[in-house]
Design a binder for this molecule. Sequence first.
Ligand code: ADP
Length: 459
Amino acid sequence: MFSSIRTKLTLWYVGFLTLVVVMFGAAAYQITVRELDRDLNRRLEEISQVFIAGTKAETDDEQETGHDRVVETGINEFQFRDYHFVVRGQSSAFTATTKEIEGKNITLTGKRFSDIRIGDKSFRVFETGFSLGTDQYKLLVLHSLDEEIELKNRLLTLFLLAGVLGVALAGIGGYFLVRRSIAPVIEMSREAGEISAENLGQRLSVRGRRDEVGQLAQVINDLLARLDHSFEQQRRFMADASHELRTPLAIVRGEAEVALSKDDRSPAEYRESLSILHDESKRLTKIVEDLFTLARVDAGQVAVNFAPVYLDEIVSDAIRSMRVLADQRQVAITIDGGAEMPFDGDESLLRRMILNLLDNAVKYSHRGGKVVVNLLSTGDKYQISVSDNGIGIPDEDQPKIFDRFYRVDRARSRSDETATSGAGLGLSITRWIAEMHGGKIVLVSSTADGSTFSVIFPR
Ligand code: ADP
């Protein structure tokens, strides 16, 4: 229960509010009490002045009839509710006291204001001196503190009640407020809980929210979209891969069945069948290898070993390996430009990249065609271009040839008798290798008269 944000926020809120209320309440109480105190002191002082003035006036009227008597009459006549007077002569043992506190032992403290107890009652005492003629007197004005104490208690109760009630109300309000603002998050987690691999297309409802919760939903939705996309890619990859494997496998099976169907076959016929089986299994091997490479690329598992290499040497080597195939197809490969091209890269991946380009150039050339490899090195880049005068790529297909499994015309490459015709994975691997080395591959041009691919690496 205490782990829920709702409870935690509410508790924090109530805690903080309590602190503020207590601080504020204590300050207000202190100020009020001090004000009450000052007020009482002021009244005591005023009343003492009235008393002294009154007594002095009496003395002026009566002349020298004895000051003590004037004081005594004064005390009897001075009737102020809840205020009591004590007057003491200085030299003589004269003491006059208001009736209510007569006979009580009141000691002088010498301070202007003091609190004393008489019996079980508390009093505030104001002490001052005055003189009548040459006689010096001490005047004490007392006021019961009962009312003050009562008032203070009432104030305290009131403050406590108001505080507790205020905090409780604010707490309840806060709880509902937090609940309200957290509701969309709860709703979101419920919605997210319903999304799995099967319904990745589903999204969290954002409902035009522009606040943090809306942003969070947007972020999650974007994440879902990316996941959905890559799931879709995986699914397509699987489907395409099995589709591509199916044809050569069907050919292998069909050919084997034909070969086995008759008992007496000439060696030439067996040779023919075996050669088809051989070609198709080579194709299968290539497709499986490409698939394997791409799967590892996706999983980020391809180890790339960067080392100092010479691009021109890799190109020459690749051309040498392609010769047999090119000769079969009566395609001539020439190299143009021969400067040294020192580079930092993975030799076997770079070789594979060049071989893929050469393979395509030869594959899609006419008999007697020409493939030219041009090496160019400028101040800041290397450029390897492979041009052929083959069948070219139709304009509408050009943007897609680097996509996985994309082949311009399946029938076109299928009818091709070379065992190297792939599953449309060659160029996507080639592009990956180029990018892996900080470079890029572009189809410079492609018309019915031929195509030119260029790989560009930064130096
Ligand atoms: P594949 O392994 O089938 O050759 P690629 O990814 O290497 O697949 O190439 C994709 C498609 O691009 C090919 O099917 C082909 O139609 C086209 N293509 C690639 N290179 C050339 C080229 N030099 N001339 C004509 N078409 C080409």
